[in-house]
Design a protein around this ligand. Structure first.
Ligand code: HEC
Ligand code: HEC
Length: 212
């Protein structure tokens, strides 16, 4: 009887301890993420997550789930190559644990984006047409269908493009087109990009940068 009670009590103690620590362990460690962001990521993505140059994507205000997916995709694990191959980001994510990634995704998603602007007046019309309607003659869907009319994206799958650097967006569309970036589920972006010309890519990237 005494033995049964003490086993019960141990079980209860363990359960209570678990109930107390479980929520804390589930919350991303934002303080630790801030430190990593400011000491490591800031060199390229800027101290405020807005990217120090147009080749470094703005992470500020991007959807948390999208950022988390990218961090996982950028990291090679064991014998498995990274789903998104990038020589610059590979050494950055290599030392990050799953917990670190959760923290960083949550941290950057909470920062405020400083939006880029559209710079090319002569291509706004083309960019807008592709964004809003696509091109039925070549089976090109509207970007708005997945990334939203204002480019805010649709969590958790579709990233925000509003205000992102045009140069970065252009570069991504080109790597999707060649298949160098191939971490898009069901090839959604590779199919879209394969139907875009260089001129259309430039126009729609500039348009997305100016979306509000
Ligand atoms: C030396 C420069 C550099 C540093 C430092 C760096 N990054 Fe990056 N990061 C890049 C570049 C360049 C890209 C774009 C890669 C590409 O073209 O596919 C990128 C892309 C990303 C992306 C994908 C964004 C998107 O919109 O798809 C995430 C997320 C990211 N970085 C997070 C981080 C985090 C977190 C850190 C710090 C731990 C970090 N980066 C440090 C250069 C850097
Ligand atoms: C059928 C849905 C769909 C359509 C239509 C679509 N996209 Fe995407 N797009 C996605 C998905 C899903 C991702 C995220 C891929 C991943 O998980 O890495 C994405 C990612 C992107 C990225 C990478 C963002 C980053 O931060 O690295 C760019 C740039 C992009 N899309 C541009 C466009 C443009 C421009 C159009 C219109 C010509 C468009 N997309 C149309 C589904 C779509």
């Amino acid at each position: 009887m005494i033995a049964r009670i003490s086993i019960l009590m141990i079980a209860l103690t363990v359960q209570t301890a678990f109930a107390q620590t479980a929520p804390a362990a589930n919350k991303p460690d934002l303080a630790r993420a801030k430190q990593t962001a400011e000491t490591l990521c800031a060199a390229c993505h800027g101290p405020d997550g807005n990217g120090i140059a147009a080749t470094f994507p703005k992470l500020a205000g991007q959807h948390e789930a999208y950022l988390l997916k990218q961090l996982h995709d950028l990291k090679a694990t064991g014998n498995k190559p990274a789903a998104r191959v990038n020589a610059t980001m590979a050494p950055m994510v290599a030392p990050l644990s799953d917990e670190d990634m959760r923290g960083l995704a949550a941290y950057f998603s909470q920062l405020k984006q400083k939006p880029d602007i559209a710079k090319n007046r002569s291509t706004v019309e083309l960019g807008q047409r592709i964004w809003r309607a696509g091109d039925k003659t070549k089976g090109l869907p509207a970007c708005a269908g997945c990334h939203g009319p204002n480019g805010l994206g649709i969590p958790t799958t579709y990233p925000k493009l509003q205000g992102q650097y045009a140069d970065y967006v252009e570069a991504q569309l080109k790597t999707f087109r060649t298949g160098e970036r191939a971490n898009d589920a069901s090839s959604q972006m590779r199919i879209v990009a394969s139907r875009l010309s260089d001129a259309e890519i430039k126009a729609v990237a500039d348009y997305a940068a100016g979306l509000r």
